[in-house]
Design a protein around this ligand. Structure first.
Ligand SMILES: [Zn+2]
Length: 115
């Protein structure tokens, strides 16, 4: 098998949600590779984007979790390349992209025995 026969790594999902709401307004979508919101200039996903995503995926929480996890991967890639030394940490990016979404478990604080 040569390199040209290897499968091309799959890119993450296109950041094309949430849809513009109300229609005609600038959508709250990320500008890559900066991951700031096209609609309001805040770090994406902004509060408006999170709200719209929760509404849009209300009946499809698994799809939302997968979408957010995919974008977390994409954003980590972009932001680490953009600013490898003092950009956001993986933990910060996880909280920003994934942890607010569906199917998160409650934060479990380590017990005294674990410290
Ligand atoms: Zn926004």
């Amino acid at each position: 098998m040569t390199f040209s026969q290897l499968p091309v790594p799959r890119l993450g999902p296109h950041a094309n949600r949430p849809r513009a709401y109300p229609p005609g307004r600038p959508p709250h979508l990320p500008i890559r590779p900066l991951w700031v919101c096209r609609g309001c200039g805040l770090p994406w996903p902004c509060a408006e984007a999170r709200l719209l995503l929760k509404i849009e995926y209300a009946d499809h929480p698994v799809e939302l979790a997968i979408y957010l996890s995919g974008l977390y991967h994409e954003a980590t890639h972009d932001l680490f390349r953009l600013n490898p030394h003092d950009g956001p940490t993986p933990r910060e990016l996880f909280a920003r992209f994934v942890a607010w979404g569906p199917y998160r478990r409650p934060i479990v604080e380590p017990s005294e025995d674990d410290r």
